[in-house]
Design a protein around this ligand. Structure first.
Ligand code: FES
Ligand SMILES: [Fe+2]
Length: 483
């Protein structure tokens, strides 16, 4: 049985319930290891970028394969795939969620000084959202390198939008919980004893320690590790060791502080701001129906990987949204299975769908694991994507770690997660790693270029970069709203 997909059920209103539950297999157990005008800087021509093999990516990668038997990584006659898979399967150690948001002060390059001394309002004002795509440019480079913009993004872009918090397969049974950090805030999502999914700030009402410290798990109650205060799965304060006759202490007023949550397809989202559209309103009926038709409910979570990019989070998103512009140049393997000439870009209000017909490529490594009629690449403002191919998808969650450091969490889903399909699924992930390696290197190169005195903004391709333009317009709206 599979989890029913619903949209818009919130903790404070209608709740998402599971009428049925898939049996807990080794898969889910293994998951325990595991977001104008006047002050405008004149445009300059984009200087040619020297991209060399010296930009070797640094990467930290952790994979949590589902119920992987040791030794399940042998791929006879596929040495290149095998060598890529080996590191994927080495580290299965659960890692507590680190506090992610640390905007880092950095020395501005000499040529960039005027940008850095401009006020935040001036920097936002340098982007002209009234220009049509044919006249538009990228936001000023300062948006990508100035810690003040990163801080404004935290308060606006990330705190006011629905942010991915977890997967429904992690939250099936009462007591199942996930923790994460959203816009610098520790967040906990837990399924109550009554079967209702709720979100809370993962902050103890005693002296503010994180109540739950693992990325996910199943608990009978929520016990703070600091002084042992205990909360029910529904967030009520239950136990307060050593509290006896404290005056005016109202236990009932010291429950965990709730946060709004919503579910859609296979995912749970949280929004810190109480104001704003529901997730359903944000997405819109059309895209909800479109995605439903892809039958994501047939897919099963298989593995997670973490990638560290040496760039601002928006560099990753820009790269993703360039309409396949870079694919023939940077991704020879991926390009071999896509019909680049028929690549389409469709913008919604808050999302972009990039799509291309698949072709039978000549690079076997890719052709063997990327099939079907079309590839659909969905981006949802600001930082969540899923890439869908027939029988599989991967989701991307883009999390800023600092102004020039980004973590991207990939979850890999397959229709067939049986042992018989393991080798092919792992080969598919390995192929994805090739693409990520290529993107990591170019994103690092772009981040360095953005700090150059030679660069401020760049023009956009009408044919290719409409999605990127939408992203910039939405960013501008979010940032302007926080001034
Ligand atoms: S901070 Fe949680 S019990 Fe003291
Ligand atoms: Fe790419």
């Amino acid at each position: 049985m599979r989890v029913a997909a619903t949209v818009g059920a919130t903790a404070s209103s209608s709740r998402h319930r599971h009428s049925s539950r898939r049996s807990r297999t080794g898969n889910t157990k293994a998951a325990s290891g595991d977001v104008a005008g006047s002050g405008r800087i004149p445009q300059r021509r984009r200087p040619a970028r020297a991209f060399t093999g010296k930009d070797s990516p640094t990467r930290k990668r952790r994979t949590i394969p589902v119920g992987a038997p040791s030794g399940a990584t042998a791929f006879p006659n596929r040495s290149s795939v095998r060598s890529r898979l080996k590191p994927l399967l080495q580290d299965m150690t659960p890692e507590p969620p680190a506090l992610r948001w640390r905007p880092r002060r950095r020395h501005a390059p000499a040529g960039a000084k005027p940008r850095m001394t401009a006020s935040v309002a001036d920097l936002i004002g340098q982007y002209d959202p009234s220009l049509p795509l044919a006249e538009a440019s990228t936001p000023p480079a300062a948006w990508y390198i100035d810690p003040r913009i990163a801080e404004l993004e935290r308060r606006t872009v990330f705190a006011r939008t629905w942010q991915f918090a977890g997967r429904l397969d992690q939250l099936r049974a009462p007591g199942d919980y996930v923790t994460c950090e959203i816009a610098g805030e520790p967040i906990l999502v837990v399924r109550g004893g009554d079967g209702v999914l709720r979100g809370f700030f993962n902050v103890c009402r005693h002296h503010a320690a994180a109540v739950m410290t693992q990325p996910q798990g199943c608990a009978k109650n929520l016990r703070c590790p600091y002084h042992g205060w205990t909360y029910t799965l529904e967030g009520a304060l239950k136990g307060t060791p050593s509290f006896v006759d404290e005056c005016h202490f109202d236990r009932g007023a010291h429950g965990l502080v709730p946060v709004d949550i919503a579910t859609w397809e296979q995912w749970v989202f949280v929004r810190l701001d109480r104001e704003g559209p529901t997730l359903e309103e944000f997405l819109g009926e059309r895209v909800i129906a479109e995605v439903k038709a892809l039958r994501l409910d047939r897919l099963h979570w298989f593995a997670r990987q973490h990638y560290l990019f040496d760039c601002n989070w928006k560099v990753f998103v820009d790269n993703y949204l360039d309409g396949g512009y870079h694919v023939p140049h940077l991704h020879k393997g991926l390009n071999s299975v896509l019909d680049f000439r028929q690549y389409t870009i469709e913008n919604g209000r808050h999302h972009c769908l990039q799509s291309a017909p698949m072709v039978q490529g000549e690079i076997e490594e890719f052709a063997s694991v990327r099939g079907g009629a079309r590839a659909n690449y969905y981006w949802f403002h600001p930082n969540f994507m899923f890439n869908w191919y027939e029988g599989m998808m991967d989701t991307n969650l883009v999390l800023p770690l600092g102004v020039d450091r980004t973590e991207v969490i990939f979850d890999f889903w397959f229709e067939d997660v049986s042992d018989a399909a393991r080798e092919r699924n792992e080969a598919s992930i390995a192929v994805g790693n090739i693409v990520q390696d290529e993107d990591m290197a170019i994103c690092k190169s772009v981040q360095r270029g953005l700090q150059s005195r030679a660069y401020d903004t760049g023009r956009l391709s009408i044919r290719r970069e409409a999605g990127e333009h939408l992203f910039h317009l939405l960013l501008h709206a979010d940032l302007s709203g926080g001034l």
